[in-house]
Design a binder for this molecule. Structure first.
Ligand code: CA
Length: 228
């Protein structure tokens, strides 16, 4: 379950929020001033920060500004009812959302759920992106593009390219590629790999005039990182 840091100087409100969060199954910690809150947030170990704006020592906007130099942890600001400027500055400075005080606890809980879900989606999306030489593969969406132009691949071509991209900068032998992409029934028929590498080169290298898949003579194939 997610761990939430509550930074709120009004002890009663902080305690109330904490109890409600715990009731929902979240783990919680709290800080009653901006400096302590910033230190705790920077120490890591939290999935989300609820950050009040009016805080002693460092106000919430200043905590957020400093925190954003080192961390992209989700932050929901707690703002006073009519502090429009605070909302705008908070979002400008990288807050994920804000809740206006006084708030209904259901609203706060809903915003927390949405913010955590968005973050999980973002994380899984970036985890499923593979790329090299300007070619981008989205494994989940099963798409491959070069500079936003779509490349249509068969399933075998896709999984061969995926295997090479996922092992970027490592030379993969024909036997390794056969085992991972085709299954062991094909062991020995290494020319299948060459045939499919040729298909990929026709669809990508030849079409866009780039060098994506390199042959390492006597060993196998490699896709190199752009910087290598
Ligand atoms: Ca306050």
């Amino acid at each position: 379950m997610a761990r939430i840091l509550v930074v709120e100087d009004e002890v009663k409100i902080a305690r109330f929020i904490e109890l409600e969060l715990q009731h929902e199954g979240y783990e919680t910690a709290k800080a009653h001033d901006g400096r302590t809150g910033l230190e705790m947030a920077e120490s890591g170990g939290y999935d989300l920060v609820l950050l009040d704006i009016m805080l002693p020592e460092l106000n919430g906007l200043e905590v957020l500004r400093r925190l954003r130099k080192t961390s992209d942890i989700p932050v929901i600001m707690l703002t006073a009812r009519d502090a429009v400027m605070d909302k705008v500055s908070g979002l400008d400075m990288g807050a994920d959302d804000y809740v206006t005080k006084p708030f209904a606890i259901e609203e706060l809980l809903a915003r927390i759920r949405v913010t955590l879900r968005k973050r999980r989606e973002k994380a899984s999306e970036s985890a499923s992106l593979l790329s090299a030489a300007g070619v981008v593969m989205n494994v989940q969406a099963h798409t491959v593009t070069y500079r936003d132009e779509e490349i249509t691949l068969t399933n075998k071509e896709f999984s061969l390219l995926e295997t090479l991209l996922a092992n970027k900068n490592i030379v993969l032998s024909r036997d390794t590629l056969l085992a991972r992409v085709w299954s062991y029934d094909y062991i020995g028929e290494t020319n299948v790999v060459d045939v499919y590498v040729r298909y990929l080169r026709q669809k990508i290298d030849d079409r866009f005039g780039i060098k994506l898949i390199h042959t390492v003579r006597g060993v196998g194939y490699i896709i190199k990182d752009d910087a290598v």
